[in-house]
Design a protein around this ligand. Sequence first.
Ligand code: ATP
Ligand code: MG
Length: 434
Amino acid sequence: MGYQKPKGTADILPGESDQWQLVEKTARDVFARYQFKEIRTPLFESYDVFSRSSGDTSDIVSKEMYDFMDKGDRHIALRPEGTAGVVRAFVENKLYGPEHQKPYKVYYMGPMFRYERPQSGRQRQFHQIGVESFGSESPAVDVEVISMAMRLLREFKITDLKLAINTLGDAASRAAYHEALVNYLEPHFDELSDDSKVRLHKNPLRVLDSKDAKDQEIVKDAPVILDYLTDEAKVHFNTVKTLLESLNIPYEVDTEMVRGLDYYNHTIFEIMTNNKVLGRGYTTVLAGGRYNGLVEQLGGPDMPGVGFALGVERLLLLMNAQNSDLVAAPVLDAYVVGIGAETSAITLHLVESLREAGLTADRDYLDRKPKAQFKTANKLNAQFVVTIGESELADKTAHVKDMTSGVEITVPLTMLEADFAAVKNELKAQEENA
Ligand code: ATP
Ligand code: MG
Protein backbone atom coordinates (compact mmCIF):
# COMPACT_ATOMS: atom_id res chain seq x y z
CA MET A 1 0.00 0.00 0.00
CA GLY A 2 1.37 3.40 -0.92
CA TYR A 3 0.72 6.71 0.77
CA GLN A 4 -0.77 9.64 -1.07
CA LYS A 5 -0.84 13.31 -0.26
CA PRO A 6 -4.15 14.61 1.10
CA LYS A 7 -6.70 15.66 -1.52
CA GLY A 8 -6.22 19.25 -2.62
CA THR A 9 -2.56 19.50 -1.63
CA ALA A 10 0.55 19.53 -3.80
CA ASP A 11 4.21 18.65 -3.49
CA ILE A 12 6.46 21.41 -4.75
CA LEU A 13 9.43 19.50 -6.06
CA PRO A 14 13.03 20.60 -6.69
CA GLY A 15 12.96 22.36 -10.04
CA GLU A 16 9.50 23.75 -9.39
CA SER A 17 10.68 25.32 -6.16
CA ASP A 18 13.15 27.46 -8.15
CA GLN A 19 10.18 29.26 -9.63
CA TRP A 20 8.55 29.64 -6.22
CA GLN A 21 11.73 31.19 -4.86
CA LEU A 22 11.86 33.59 -7.76
CA VAL A 23 8.25 34.64 -7.14
CA GLU A 24 8.90 35.15 -3.45
CA LYS A 25 12.11 37.07 -4.06
CA THR A 26 10.46 39.32 -6.64
CA ALA A 27 7.61 40.06 -4.23
CA ARG A 28 10.07 40.89 -1.43
CA ASP A 29 11.93 43.26 -3.76
CA VAL A 30 8.79 45.06 -4.87
CA PHE A 31 7.46 45.33 -1.31
CA ALA A 32 10.80 46.71 -0.11
CA ARG A 33 10.54 49.51 -2.65
CA TYR A 34 7.28 50.48 -0.97
CA GLN A 35 8.72 50.04 2.53
CA PHE A 36 6.56 47.08 3.49
CA LYS A 37 8.21 44.77 6.07
CA GLU A 38 7.61 41.06 6.51
CA ILE A 39 5.42 39.73 9.32
CA ARG A 40 5.13 36.01 10.12
CA THR A 41 2.15 34.86 12.13
CA PRO A 42 1.09 31.32 13.16
CA LEU A 43 -0.49 28.96 10.63
CA PHE A 44 -3.30 28.37 13.14
CA GLU A 45 -5.26 30.76 15.32
CA SER A 46 -8.25 30.65 17.65
CA TYR A 47 -11.31 29.87 15.56
CA ASP A 48 -12.85 33.12 16.81
CA VAL A 49 -10.18 35.24 15.12
CA PHE A 50 -11.60 34.15 11.76
CA SER A 51 -15.29 33.93 12.64
CA ARG A 52 -15.23 37.44 14.18
CA SER A 53 -13.43 38.98 11.23
CA SER A 54 -14.57 37.14 8.11
CA GLY A 55 -18.16 36.79 9.31
CA ASP A 56 -20.22 33.70 10.15
CA THR A 57 -22.14 33.84 6.88
CA SER A 58 -19.05 33.96 4.66
CA ASP A 59 -18.31 30.75 2.73
CA ILE A 60 -14.87 30.74 4.27
CA VAL A 61 -16.17 30.48 7.84
CA SER A 62 -19.37 28.54 7.23
CA LYS A 63 -18.03 25.90 4.83
CA GLU A 64 -14.32 26.06 4.15
CA MET A 65 -12.56 26.24 7.48
CA TYR A 66 -10.28 23.48 8.75
CA ASP A 67 -11.15 23.69 12.44
CA PHE A 68 -10.81 21.30 15.34
CA MET A 69 -10.70 21.08 19.12
CA ASP A 70 -7.11 20.63 20.31
CA LYS A 71 -6.08 18.41 23.22
CA GLY A 72 -6.62 21.33 25.58
CA ASP A 73 -10.18 21.77 24.31
CA ARG A 74 -9.41 25.00 22.46
CA HIS A 75 -11.28 25.68 19.23
CA ILE A 76 -8.50 26.09 16.65
CA ALA A 77 -8.60 26.81 12.90
CA LEU A 78 -5.91 26.54 10.25
CA ARG A 79 -5.74 29.99 8.71
CA PRO A 80 -7.93 30.32 5.59
CA GLU A 81 -6.51 33.77 4.82
CA GLY A 82 -3.85 36.12 6.12
CA THR A 83 -5.48 39.35 7.16
CA ALA A 84 -7.25 38.18 10.34
CA GLY A 85 -4.07 36.77 11.87
CA VAL A 86 -2.07 39.85 10.94
CA VAL A 87 -4.68 42.11 12.52
CA ARG A 88 -4.70 39.89 15.63
CA ALA A 89 -0.90 40.27 15.83
CA PHE A 90 -1.14 44.02 15.15
CA VAL A 91 -3.48 44.43 18.10
CA GLU A 92 -1.78 41.96 20.44
CA ASN A 93 1.66 43.53 19.90
CA LYS A 94 0.27 47.08 20.07
CA LEU A 95 1.76 47.93 16.70
CA TYR A 96 -0.68 50.82 16.53
CA GLY A 97 1.30 52.65 19.23
CA PRO A 98 2.77 56.14 18.69
CA GLU A 99 6.32 54.75 18.50
CA HIS A 100 5.44 53.06 15.20
CA GLN A 101 5.48 54.75 11.83
CA LYS A 102 2.07 55.16 10.15
CA PRO A 103 0.95 53.76 7.85
CA TYR A 104 2.26 50.58 9.40
CA LYS A 105 3.04 48.43 6.35
CA VAL A 106 3.53 44.67 6.40
CA TYR A 107 3.57 41.74 4.00
CA TYR A 108 3.33 37.99 4.48
CA MET A 109 3.65 34.87 2.37
CA GLY A 110 2.76 31.27 3.10
CA PRO A 111 0.20 28.48 3.08
CA MET A 112 -3.53 28.96 3.67
CA PHE A 113 -6.12 26.21 4.16
CA ARG A 114 -9.66 25.97 2.85
CA TYR A 115 -11.87 22.93 2.52
CA GLU A 116 -12.93 23.38 -1.11
CA ARG A 117 -13.50 21.20 -4.14
CA PRO A 118 -10.05 21.00 -5.75
CA GLN A 119 -9.68 22.04 -9.39
CA SER A 120 -7.20 24.01 -11.49
CA GLY A 121 -6.05 26.94 -9.34
CA ARG A 122 -8.12 25.81 -6.37
CA GLN A 123 -6.54 23.69 -3.66
CA ARG A 124 -7.11 22.88 -0.01
CA GLN A 125 -3.64 23.98 0.95
CA PHE A 126 -2.64 26.90 -1.23
CA HIS A 127 -0.33 29.88 -0.89
CA GLN A 128 -0.87 33.58 -0.70
CA ILE A 129 1.38 36.58 -0.80
CA GLY A 130 -0.37 39.50 0.87
CA VAL A 131 0.10 42.99 2.25
CA GLU A 132 -1.62 45.18 4.82
CA SER A 133 -1.27 48.92 5.42
CA PHE A 134 -2.67 50.22 8.72
CA GLY A 135 -3.36 53.69 10.00
CA SER A 136 -4.42 55.92 7.12
CA GLU A 137 -7.86 56.60 5.71
CA SER A 138 -6.38 58.35 2.70
CA PRO A 139 -7.65 57.08 -0.66
CA ALA A 140 -4.05 57.55 -1.82
CA VAL A 141 -3.15 54.49 0.27
CA ASP A 142 -5.85 52.43 -1.48
CA VAL A 143 -4.29 53.46 -4.76
CA GLU A 144 -0.72 52.89 -3.61
CA VAL A 145 -1.64 49.33 -2.64
CA ILE A 146 -3.43 48.73 -5.95
CA SER A 147 -0.50 50.18 -7.86
CA MET A 148 1.90 47.94 -5.94
CA ALA A 149 -0.26 44.92 -6.86
CA MET A 150 -0.20 45.88 -10.54
CA ARG A 151 3.56 46.43 -10.41
CA LEU A 152 4.07 43.04 -8.82
CA LEU A 153 2.12 41.29 -11.59
CA ARG A 154 4.01 43.32 -14.18
CA GLU A 155 7.29 42.08 -12.73
CA PHE A 156 6.01 38.57 -13.37
CA LYS A 157 5.36 39.53 -17.00
CA ILE A 158 1.68 38.69 -16.69
CA THR A 159 -0.37 40.38 -19.38
CA ASP A 160 -4.08 40.65 -20.17
CA LEU A 161 -5.12 41.56 -16.68
CA LYS A 162 -8.30 43.38 -15.73
CA LEU A 163 -8.56 45.52 -12.61
CA ALA A 164 -12.11 45.66 -11.24
CA ILE A 165 -12.96 48.02 -8.41
CA ASN A 166 -16.05 48.78 -6.38
CA THR A 167 -16.93 50.47 -3.13
CA LEU A 168 -18.89 49.13 -0.21
CA GLY A 169 -19.10 52.61 1.30
CA ASP A 170 -19.01 53.41 4.99
CA ALA A 171 -21.33 52.18 7.75
CA ALA A 172 -24.12 54.62 6.88
CA SER A 173 -23.96 53.76 3.16
CA ARG A 174 -24.02 50.08 4.04
CA ALA A 175 -27.07 50.48 6.31
CA ALA A 176 -29.05 52.34 3.64
CA TYR A 177 -28.04 49.83 0.97
CA HIS A 178 -28.75 46.90 3.27
CA GLU A 179 -32.34 48.09 3.63
CA ALA A 180 -32.80 48.67 -0.11
CA LEU A 181 -31.38 45.25 -0.89
CA VAL A 182 -33.62 43.44 1.59
CA ASN A 183 -36.65 45.29 0.21
CA TYR A 184 -35.70 44.18 -3.27
CA LEU A 185 -34.87 40.57 -2.37
CA GLU A 186 -37.79 39.80 -0.05
CA PRO A 187 -40.40 39.45 -2.82
CA HIS A 188 -38.04 36.92 -4.46
CA PHE A 189 -37.55 34.94 -1.24
CA ASP A 190 -39.09 31.68 -2.49
CA GLU A 191 -36.95 31.66 -5.64
CA LEU A 192 -33.65 32.11 -3.79
CA SER A 193 -31.23 29.25 -3.09
CA ASP A 194 -31.27 27.81 0.43
CA ASP A 195 -27.97 29.50 1.24
CA SER A 196 -29.27 32.85 0.08
CA LYS A 197 -32.49 32.47 2.06
CA VAL A 198 -30.35 32.26 5.18
CA ARG A 199 -28.16 35.17 4.07
CA LEU A 200 -31.05 37.44 3.16
CA HIS A 201 -31.56 38.69 6.68
CA LYS A 202 -28.22 37.84 8.25
CA ASN A 203 -26.15 39.45 5.51
CA PRO A 204 -27.96 40.41 2.29
CA LEU A 205 -24.75 41.58 0.59
CA ARG A 206 -23.64 37.97 0.57
CA VAL A 207 -26.51 37.13 -1.79
CA LEU A 208 -24.81 39.31 -4.43
CA ASP A 209 -21.81 37.00 -4.24
CA SER A 210 -23.86 33.81 -4.77
CA LYS A 211 -22.56 31.37 -7.36
CA ASP A 212 -26.09 29.93 -7.84
CA ALA A 213 -27.42 30.66 -11.36
CA LYS A 214 -30.98 31.46 -10.22
CA ASP A 215 -29.67 33.82 -7.52
CA GLN A 216 -27.48 35.54 -10.08
CA GLU A 217 -30.50 36.08 -12.32
CA ILE A 218 -32.35 37.81 -9.48
CA VAL A 219 -29.31 39.79 -8.41
CA LYS A 220 -28.91 41.25 -11.91
CA ASP A 221 -31.67 43.79 -11.29
CA ALA A 222 -30.89 44.48 -7.64
CA PRO A 223 -30.20 48.04 -6.51
CA VAL A 224 -26.52 49.02 -6.70
CA ILE A 225 -24.54 50.39 -3.77
CA LEU A 226 -23.28 53.38 -5.75
CA ASP A 227 -26.79 54.89 -5.42
CA TYR A 228 -26.69 54.66 -1.62
CA LEU A 229 -23.29 56.13 -0.82
CA THR A 230 -22.98 58.95 1.69
CA ASP A 231 -21.23 62.07 0.42
CA GLU A 232 -18.09 61.09 2.29
CA ALA A 233 -18.03 57.60 0.79
CA LYS A 234 -18.65 59.07 -2.66
CA VAL A 235 -15.70 61.43 -2.28
CA HIS A 236 -13.46 58.58 -1.16
CA PHE A 237 -14.39 56.43 -4.16
CA ASN A 238 -14.15 59.28 -6.65
CA THR A 239 -10.71 60.18 -5.33
CA VAL A 240 -9.57 56.58 -5.73
CA LYS A 241 -10.73 56.63 -9.35
CA THR A 242 -9.06 59.98 -10.06
CA LEU A 243 -5.78 58.84 -8.51
CA LEU A 244 -5.84 55.59 -10.50
CA GLU A 245 -6.29 57.64 -13.64
CA SER A 246 -3.44 59.94 -12.66
CA LEU A 247 -1.18 56.86 -12.43
CA ASN A 248 -2.51 55.59 -15.78
CA ILE A 249 -3.90 52.44 -14.20
CA PRO A 250 -6.92 51.27 -16.21
CA TYR A 251 -9.87 49.92 -14.21
CA GLU A 252 -13.50 48.90 -14.52
CA VAL A 253 -16.14 49.57 -11.90
CA ASP A 254 -17.97 46.34 -11.10
CA THR A 255 -21.01 47.17 -8.98
CA GLU A 256 -21.81 43.51 -8.28
CA MET A 257 -18.47 42.77 -6.68
CA VAL A 258 -18.76 42.38 -2.91
CA ARG A 259 -15.82 40.09 -1.93
CA GLY A 260 -16.17 36.96 0.14
CA LEU A 261 -15.25 38.44 3.51
CA ASP A 262 -17.39 40.63 5.73
CA TYR A 263 -14.70 42.98 6.95
CA TYR A 264 -14.37 45.14 3.85
CA ASN A 265 -15.67 48.70 3.37
CA HIS A 266 -14.97 51.53 0.94
CA THR A 267 -12.67 50.37 -1.85
CA ILE A 268 -12.58 46.71 -2.87
CA PHE A 269 -10.70 45.40 -5.89
CA GLU A 270 -9.85 42.26 -7.82
CA ILE A 271 -7.28 41.66 -10.52
CA MET A 272 -8.61 39.10 -12.96
CA THR A 273 -7.59 37.15 -16.01
CA ASN A 274 -9.57 35.25 -18.63
CA ASN A 275 -6.69 32.92 -19.41
CA LYS A 276 -8.02 29.41 -20.03
CA VAL A 277 -5.60 27.71 -17.62
CA LEU A 278 -7.73 28.98 -14.75
CA GLY A 279 -11.02 27.79 -16.20
CA ARG A 280 -13.78 29.47 -18.14
CA GLY A 281 -14.50 33.20 -17.90
CA TYR A 282 -12.67 35.58 -15.59
CA THR A 283 -10.78 34.26 -12.58
CA THR A 284 -9.39 36.36 -9.77
CA VAL A 285 -5.66 36.18 -9.18
CA LEU A 286 -5.34 38.93 -6.59
CA ALA A 287 -7.97 40.54 -4.40
CA GLY A 288 -8.19 43.06 -1.63
CA GLY A 289 -9.74 46.13 -0.18
CA ARG A 290 -10.15 48.48 2.74
CA TYR A 291 -11.23 47.21 6.16
CA ASN A 292 -11.61 50.21 8.45
CA GLY A 293 -13.50 48.48 11.30
CA LEU A 294 -11.49 45.29 11.54
CA VAL A 295 -8.77 46.35 13.97
CA GLU A 296 -11.41 47.56 16.42
CA GLN A 297 -13.44 44.41 15.91
CA LEU A 298 -10.47 42.33 17.02
CA GLY A 299 -9.99 44.38 20.17
CA GLY A 300 -7.75 47.22 18.97
CA PRO A 301 -8.33 50.94 18.57
CA ASP A 302 -10.29 52.50 15.74
CA MET A 303 -7.66 52.17 13.04
CA PRO A 304 -8.16 51.91 9.29
CA GLY A 305 -6.49 49.34 7.07
CA VAL A 306 -6.20 48.24 3.47
CA GLY A 307 -4.54 45.24 1.85
CA PHE A 308 -4.58 42.50 -0.75
CA ALA A 309 -3.73 38.83 -1.23
CA LEU A 310 -2.32 37.16 -4.33
CA GLY A 311 -2.88 33.46 -5.00
CA VAL A 312 0.54 32.01 -5.80
CA GLU A 313 -0.70 28.80 -7.48
CA ARG A 314 -2.88 30.83 -9.85
CA LEU A 315 0.02 33.18 -10.53
CA LEU A 316 2.31 30.28 -11.44
CA LEU A 317 -0.30 28.69 -13.72
CA LEU A 318 -0.56 32.02 -15.51
CA MET A 319 3.20 32.58 -15.69
CA ASN A 320 3.72 29.17 -17.23
CA ALA A 321 0.77 29.54 -19.61
CA GLN A 322 2.09 32.89 -20.81
CA ASN A 323 5.59 31.46 -21.20
CA SER A 324 6.94 34.05 -18.86
CA ASP A 325 9.20 31.47 -17.28
CA LEU A 326 11.65 33.84 -15.67
CA VAL A 327 13.84 31.19 -14.12
CA ALA A 328 17.29 31.00 -15.70
CA ALA A 329 18.68 27.51 -16.32
CA PRO A 330 20.83 26.63 -13.32
CA VAL A 331 24.57 26.68 -13.93
CA LEU A 332 27.09 24.64 -12.00
CA ASP A 333 30.43 26.47 -11.73
CA ALA A 334 32.57 23.38 -11.48
CA TYR A 335 32.23 19.61 -11.70
CA VAL A 336 35.20 17.66 -10.41
CA VAL A 337 35.93 14.35 -12.12
CA GLY A 338 38.06 11.91 -10.16
CA ILE A 339 39.69 9.00 -11.97
CA GLY A 340 40.45 6.11 -9.65
CA ALA A 341 39.34 5.50 -6.06
CA GLU A 342 42.56 6.98 -4.66
CA THR A 343 41.56 10.49 -5.87
CA SER A 344 38.52 10.59 -3.59
CA ALA A 345 40.13 12.46 -0.69
CA ILE A 346 41.63 15.07 -3.03
CA THR A 347 38.46 15.67 -5.04
CA LEU A 348 36.42 15.99 -1.84
CA HIS A 349 38.92 18.54 -0.53
CA LEU A 350 38.78 20.37 -3.85
CA VAL A 351 34.96 20.67 -4.10
CA GLU A 352 34.90 21.87 -0.51
CA SER A 353 37.57 24.52 -1.25
CA LEU A 354 35.63 25.73 -4.28
CA ARG A 355 32.44 25.97 -2.19
CA GLU A 356 34.41 27.84 0.46
CA ALA A 357 35.31 30.34 -2.27
CA GLY A 358 31.60 30.79 -3.05
CA LEU A 359 31.38 28.65 -6.17
CA THR A 360 28.83 25.94 -6.87
CA ALA A 361 30.69 22.67 -7.17
CA ASP A 362 29.99 18.96 -7.18
CA ARG A 363 31.61 15.55 -7.80
CA ASP A 364 30.69 11.90 -8.17
CA TYR A 365 29.91 9.70 -5.15
CA LEU A 366 28.86 6.50 -6.90
CA ASP A 367 32.30 5.32 -8.11
CA ARG A 368 31.27 5.90 -11.70
CA LYS A 369 33.61 5.52 -14.66
CA PRO A 370 35.19 8.75 -16.01
CA LYS A 371 32.91 8.66 -19.07
CA ALA A 372 29.80 8.66 -16.90
CA GLN A 373 31.23 11.46 -14.77
CA PHE A 374 31.87 13.66 -17.83
CA LYS A 375 28.33 12.95 -18.95
CA THR A 376 27.02 14.11 -15.59
CA ALA A 377 29.09 17.30 -15.84
CA ASN A 378 27.40 18.05 -19.17
CA LYS A 379 23.97 17.27 -17.83
CA LEU A 380 24.52 19.58 -14.89
CA ASN A 381 25.53 22.33 -17.30
CA ALA A 382 28.95 22.74 -15.64
CA GLN A 383 30.94 25.80 -16.70
CA PHE A 384 34.29 24.25 -15.77
CA VAL A 385 35.18 20.56 -15.63
CA VAL A 386 38.13 19.78 -13.38
CA THR A 387 39.78 16.38 -13.79
CA ILE A 388 42.14 14.67 -11.39
CA GLY A 389 43.66 11.38 -12.55
CA GLU A 390 46.72 9.34 -11.71
CA SER A 391 49.26 11.81 -13.14
CA GLU A 392 47.57 14.90 -11.64
CA LEU A 393 47.47 13.09 -8.30
CA ALA A 394 51.21 12.50 -8.53
CA ASP A 395 51.98 16.10 -9.66
CA LYS A 396 49.54 17.78 -7.28
CA THR A 397 47.88 19.42 -10.28
CA ALA A 398 44.44 19.45 -11.87
CA HIS A 399 43.21 19.61 -15.43
CA VAL A 400 40.65 22.37 -16.02
CA LYS A 401 38.43 22.75 -19.08
CA ASP A 402 36.26 25.76 -19.83
CA MET A 403 33.20 24.19 -21.39
CA THR A 404 32.21 27.34 -23.28
CA SER A 405 35.50 28.05 -25.05
CA GLY A 406 36.84 24.51 -24.98
CA VAL A 407 40.19 25.79 -23.65
CA GLU A 408 42.03 23.37 -21.35
CA ILE A 409 44.91 23.98 -18.93
CA THR A 410 46.72 22.16 -16.18
CA VAL A 411 47.26 24.15 -12.99
CA PRO A 412 48.70 23.46 -9.53
CA LEU A 413 46.04 22.18 -7.14
CA THR A 414 47.01 24.88 -4.62
CA MET A 415 46.23 27.59 -7.18
CA LEU A 416 42.86 26.05 -7.97
CA GLU A 417 41.97 25.83 -4.30
CA ALA A 418 43.24 29.25 -3.27
CA ASP A 419 42.52 31.48 -6.26
CA PHE A 420 39.93 30.34 -8.76
CA ALA A 421 39.88 33.82 -10.32
CA ALA A 422 43.53 33.37 -11.33
CA VAL A 423 42.64 30.07 -13.01
CA LYS A 424 39.87 31.80 -14.93
CA ASN A 425 42.28 34.55 -16.01
CA GLU A 426 44.72 32.01 -17.32
CA LEU A 427 41.97 30.26 -19.29
CA LYS A 428 40.97 33.62 -20.74
CA ALA A 429 44.56 34.44 -21.71
CA GLN A 430 44.90 31.09 -23.48
CA GLU A 431 41.65 31.68 -25.31
CA GLU A 432 42.86 35.09 -26.57
CA ASN A 433 46.19 33.65 -27.72
CA ALA A 434 44.55 30.83 -29.64
P1 ATP B 1 -12.70 32.54 -5.26
O1 ATP B 1 -13.86 33.42 -5.58
O2 ATP B 1 -11.92 32.11 -6.47
O3 ATP B 1 -13.06 31.40 -4.34
P2 ATP B 1 -11.88 34.08 -3.00
O4 ATP B 1 -12.67 35.32 -3.07
O5 ATP B 1 -12.31 33.01 -2.08
O6 ATP B 1 -11.65 33.46 -4.46
P3 ATP B 1 -9.77 35.44 -1.62
O7 ATP B 1 -10.22 35.01 -0.29
O8 ATP B 1 -10.01 36.82 -2.04
O9 ATP B 1 -10.36 34.44 -2.72
O10 ATP B 1 -8.21 35.08 -1.78
C1 ATP B 1 -7.34 35.86 -2.62
C2 ATP B 1 -6.71 35.00 -3.68
O11 ATP B 1 -6.23 33.78 -3.14
C3 ATP B 1 -7.65 34.56 -4.77
O12 ATP B 1 -7.81 35.55 -5.74
C4 ATP B 1 -6.93 33.35 -5.34
O13 ATP B 1 -5.90 33.75 -6.23
C5 ATP B 1 -6.33 32.75 -4.11
N1 ATP B 1 -7.15 31.63 -3.62
C6 ATP B 1 -8.26 31.69 -2.85
N2 ATP B 1 -8.71 30.46 -2.58
C7 ATP B 1 -7.87 29.60 -3.19
C8 ATP B 1 -7.77 28.17 -3.28
N3 ATP B 1 -8.63 27.38 -2.66
N4 ATP B 1 -6.75 27.64 -3.99
C9 ATP B 1 -5.84 28.42 -4.61
N5 ATP B 1 -5.87 29.76 -4.57
C10 ATP B 1 -6.86 30.35 -3.86
MG1 MG C 1 -13.32 31.22 -2.35
